[in-house]
Each structure stands twice: as C-alpha cells, then as structure tokens.
Design a protein around this ligand. Structure first.
Ligand SMILES: C=CC1=C(C)c2cc3[nH]c(cc4nc(cc5[nH]c(cc1n2)c(C)c5CCC(=O)O)C(CCC(=O)O)=C4C)c(C)c3C=C
Ligand code: FES
Ligand SMILES: [Fe+2]
Length: 425
C-alpha cells in the first residue's frame, strides 16, 4: 500500500534543508517507524510510465581514484581537505594542500607502476550499469533504473553527479527517487559517512531552499540510502568463490594448511575509539566468509595502508606476512576484504610491496582476485538494491546512531536529513 504523507506534515519533519534538530538523541526515534510500510515514490519524473514508479536513479558512492597520474594532485588535495577523513582543525585549508603537494610525487610513482591510474572509475561504471540491467528485470515496478557514480575525491564528483541528475529530470520540481548506494560494504564515518555528508551538502546547495526559492519541496529528489551490507550472502559467496579458486592452485596436500590473511584498510585509533563501526563490520564479513568456507583454514584479519605518525589499528598486514615467513609459514593467501575493486592498495601495496618485497615473491604467497566485474558480485548488488526498494526504509536503523564520540554537526544534520526522507518516500 502506498504511503502518502500530507505535504505540510512532511515539511514539519523534513524541511528542504533537513529537519531542524537540536540533539542527536532524537534520531533513534525515527528508526522504530521504519518497518511498518510498503512505500512508494511520487511518479512525477518525466520519463515515468503509467505502470512503474520509476525511473529510479541508483548512485554508486565511493572515494574514487585518479584515472591518470596527472589527476593524483587534485585527488590528494581533495582527500586531505576532507575533515571527515583527516580532521586537521582550523588549519585544514592550509595544512591539507601542503601535505597533498608533498605526497603527490610519491603517490604518482605508485599509480605509474600500476598502469598509470586507478581502475575504480571503469569498474564502478561497469558494476552500476550491469546491476541496473538486472534490477530492470527483477524490480520492474521501479524501472527503469539509471546508473550514476559519485566519487568523493575524483571525477565524477558528487557535485557533477547531482547536476547530472537534475539535467536528467530528477528533482528540480519533478520529484523522482534516487538511492545512494555505498560501495563500501562495511560502514565507516571516514568513508561512507564522508560521502553522505558530501551528498547532503550538494543536495542543500542545489535543491535546498536557498537554491530553489519557491520550488515545491515535493518536487525535490527523494533520497534513500543503502549504507552497509557487510554480510550479504552474495558478497560472502563472491569472496568465498575467489578464495576457493586461489586455494585450488596449491597442491592438495598443502591446501588446508594455507593461512588466509584478510586485509582491510586500517583506521587511526582515534577513529576506532570514537566508536566507528567499521572494525566490527569488517570482522563480520570475515567471519561470514570463513563460515561459508567451513572454517577449514587458519585465518587472521589484518590491517594495511596506515598513513602518518599517529597510532593505527593493527596488526599490520606487512608485519604479519614478514612474521609468518620468519616462522616458515609461507603458504599465505591475501584477501582484500573491504574494497570491491582493484585499487592502489591491492595492485601496489599488496602485489608489489607485501608479496614482491616482504615475501620476496615467494610462490606460496598469493592474492585473490578483486571482485571487479565478477557476475556473482553484481547479482549481489542487484539483490541488495531490490531488497532496499522493497523495504521502503530511508536507511538502516544503525545509520542513525552516531558514534559515541561524535561531535560533528555535519553528521548530525546529514543523518537527520536522510531519516526525514522516510516521510517522503
Ligand atoms: C574501506 C576502505 C578505506 C578506509 C576505511 C579508509 C580510511 C582512511 N584512509 C585514510 C587516508 C588515505 N587513504 C588513501 C587512499 C585510499 N584509501 C582507500 C580506502 C580506505 N580508506 C583506498 C581504496 C585508497 C586508494 C584509492 C585508489 O586509487 O586506489 C590515501 C591516499 C594515498 C596516500 O597518500 O597514501 C590517504 C592519505 C585515512 C586517514 C583513513 C581513516 C580515517
Ligand atoms: S563521526 Fe561517527 S557519526 Fe559522526
Ligand atoms: Fe584510505
């Protein structure tokens, strides 16, 4: 049954610039109302057909990466300007560009060594468009599904994606539905949280009261969020199959003794101690994959890619490999578990530094293929989106509980905005 909330009531709860909230404590109250409905969307976008509630925009959110070495400078300068990732206080706009400029030559060399750029744009565009083709068949009621990519630090940037949505007839008085689909399976405020804060910022700039003047807020885009999917069965299956494929390359008598090293991008301990959910969610993925594999092999979750001098979550991937090699444990499979396509951390850090240098290219040390264009993985993405569309919820209940140590006004406003969208789905 359709949920139609009177416009005035919707506005009291969620103004165009997000509902006015004075404290984080009211946010969980939204969560209790989520499961009681089958929601619908206003079928007012120009392309909508009589029988469908579509079109539905599906926006893949990720950090992005420089497609060429020339883009490394701007990628790093956006990354170091992001206070949700690297908080540098009042000096952010001064120190951020300085650090970015200093790191650029070193990181450019790394991208040069992996073929001249990050493949993340190619994979994200492919995954999004293949997923939409599947969704058109499995969820005809919300078709057509239109793929978009919004990166945080590289092209296509969130701002450009939002403008494209408006050009394509979503929002701007037409209404229409868009799903912000994080491509980080495990939620962190430094990754998905940052992308959502950016999306909320551009929503306010391009569709907020100040931008649209008298435009009826019912004509703005109705957003909902897929904010985490750490133990989705299709994700777990895709990882498990890739691990099995790699294990099959070892002689049978060695296979069950291979140690599985699940490697995820680390977090500064300050972020862990703030109460970020990422470490627990990464561990949940690891455990689910191990259960699917029948717990046959020994395994560890280890952490890579720490930057700067402050303490980060360990044990470090590189130290772990060196340590195991010293103990003569030389059959090791590295499994990048927190990113769904190849990136500098797999192609450079794991392949060249960890396997090539720490393990001295030992034939027993291998990495599983990244998910990239894996059809099992793309089916999983379509299944996650379909379930989300059927649920009618604006986001997971978990998204509205802020970190115990969070003092960010951006987090507060962003979460209140997306929670308020429930009235308008
Ligand atoms: C789940 C993945 C990631 C988390 C969590 C994450 C947190 C995080 N990262 C930094 C600092 C940097 N990350 C950089 C690159 C980078 N980070 C991730 C993923 C996560 N980061 C990826 C996939 C990449 C590479 C992108 C690619 O093109 O392949 C960089 C830039 C590279 C460098 O200068 O070394 C920095 C810096 C922090 C501080 C952080 C948690 C707060
Ligand atoms: S830092 Fe986690 S909710 Fe704000
Ligand atoms: Fe990172």
């Amino acid at each position: 049954m359709a949920l139609r909330v009177p416009f005035a009531q919707a506005c009291r709860r969620a103004t165009l610039n997000g509902p006015s909230v004075s404290s984080a404590s009211i946010l969980p109250a939204y969560a209790s109302r989520w499961r009681r409905r089958n929601a619908t969307v206003a079928p007012s976008v120009t392309q909508a057909s009589a029988s469908s509630k579509g079109p539905t925009a599906v926006v893949f959110m990720n950090m992005g990466g420089p497609s060429t070495t020339d883009e490394v400078g701007s990628f790093l300068s956006m990354l170091f300007a992001d206070a949700d990732l690297i908080p540098l206080g009042r000096l952010q706009n001064y120190i951020g560009p300085l650090i970015a400029r200093r790191r650029t030559p070193k990181i450019q060399k790394q991208y040069a060594e992996i073929g001249g750029g990050s493949p993340i744009r190619k994979w994200s565009e492919y995954q999004a468009s293949e997923m939409c083709k599947i969704l058109d068949k499995t969820s005809p009621g919300t078709a057509p599904h239109k793929p978009y990519v919004a990166f945080r630090y590289a092209n296509p940037l969130t701002e450009d994606m939002y403008k494209q949505l408006l050009t394509d007839g979503f929002g701007g008085g037409n209404g229409g539905r868009a799903i912000a689909f994080t491509q980080y399976p495990q939620y962190s405020c430094s990754t998905t949280g940052s992308s959502l804060n950016e999306l909320w910022k551009w929503r306010n700039r391009l569709e907020g009261k100040r931008a649209t003047g008298e435009v009826d807020p019912e004509g703005a885009i109705k957003w909902s969020v897929i904010d985490r999917w750490p133990v989705h069965s299709g994700l777990v299956e895709a990882f498990a199959q890739n691990i099995e494929k790699t294990l099959a390359t070892y002689p049978e008598e060695r296979r069950d003794k291979v140690v599985l090293l699940f490697s995820a991008h680390s977090l500064p301990m300050s972020v862990v101690n703030r109460g970020d959910t990422y470490p627990a969610e990464v561990a949940a993925t690891v455990y689910a994959v191990m259960q699917r594999l029948g717990m046959k092999n020994q395994y560890r979750l280890v952490w890579q890619s720490q930057v700067g001098p402050q303490p980060w979550l360990g044990a470090q991937t590189s130290d772990t490999v060196k340590n195991l090699m010293k103990k003569n444990i030389t059959d090791l499979v590295l499994i990048p578990i927190a990113f769904t396509s190849d990136h500098i951390e797999t192609l450079f850090e794991l392949d060249k530094e960890v396997i090539g240098e720490d393990a001295e290219g030992h034939e027993g040390v291998k990495r599983i293929e990244s998910l990239n264009g894996n059809p099992v993985f793309i089916e999983a993405l379509a299944d996650i989106a379909k379930s989300h569309l059927e649920s009618g919820v604006p986001c997971s209940p978990q998204m509205l509980l802020r970190c115990p140590g969070c003092v960010s006004e951006r987090c507060l406003g962003q979460k209140a905005f997306f929670a308020g969208q429930e009235q308008r789905l």
